[in-house]
Ligand binder design. Sequence first.
Ligand code: AMP
Length: 385
Amino acid sequence: MTPGDAGAPIADLRVGVLGGGQLGRMLAEAGRPLGVAFRFWDPGEAEPIAGFGEHICAAWDDDAAFERFVDGLDVVTYEFENVPVELARRIAEVVPVHPDPAALDVAQDRLSEKSRFESLGIATNAFLPVDGPGALASAIEAVGYPAVLKTRRLGYDGKGQEVLRRPDDTQGAFERLGSVPCILEAFVPFDRELSLVAVRTADGRFAPYPLVENTHVEGILVRTEAPAEGVSAAIRDQAETAVRALAEALDYVGTIAVEFFEVAGGSADDRRLLANEVAPRVHNSGHWTQDGAVTSQFENHVRAVCGLPLGPTGIAWPTVMVNLIGRRGDAEALLACDGARLHDYGKSERPGRKVGHVNVLGSTGQAARDRAEALRAVYAGPELR
Ligand code: AMP
């Protein structure tokens, strides 16, 4: 069936999702009320999507699983970034895949991601490829201390990176990251971290959500405040122009997120953004949209990849999103907090693992912040590694 056929029931749409984590669960939560059915392919246990659709549990190179997965699907998308690009390309030969596997290709490799920012005129911090200890030494000479060494691939939630502050840190750093291809980046003394989540349709409609402010601890997102306070029109414009340019260059369809560092310029009101990374999927810093926006990032992703009209991306409630990391806490106590909306991922608890989040709503940004502060008395904070 083609979405948009006159009178065609959208209930007939079947979406395949590569990956079966919490993002897949939340896509299904958002898509099912529209009548969309889901099938997931994940080689692992995929606890979060239990009960949300068929789970094909097989290695990515399993040919029989490939056939079972694509059978009868209208469109395929991802909830997980490290899906083999070749697999996504093979699927695209038989079923439309959104976003295009080219977006995965760019986002999986920090070097191509940063190079793409540069080629599109999107400001980013200085970076150089590092393929060995010798290259690291010369990159340090060029970039200076402090710097951040990151594996080009498979880094997430602060894993696969080391901050280098002095020559002692540099000694053996390449080897500690596994002697794999890396990039060295200048350390950014940012004032704060902002991100922009947006959605783009196949016919080129681009709809950004408000910029949000993120707090990371040990590289893991712990808190998002939506909207970010005190964002100037110039900063908003810089973020939207960058994400739009990237989405257009990739002919992107679906929800996309770009994380930025906000840095001070020469004068007090002179601030600018440096792009850090892009996520070619729904993003943790967009989870607030489930309760705080008119249409969530998950629903709009489903709508975009299915060729359905987008919903409004405006804010309904100022929201602070608090991640539940390592342990889910006392659900009853969390639910008793003013303005709290709990989202449990159905995952077993493990140190450093995201197991849920709470969206704390308020009538104003200050009210949401105060309520999030009150919630901290109930859920003391992230227990990281
Ligand atoms: P990433 O995996 O690149 O998103 O990094 C995770 C977090 O580490 C970021 O959100 C920042 O808080 C911090 N970080 C990463 N790269 C840099 C950098 N070049 N300068 C300063 N902080 C960084």
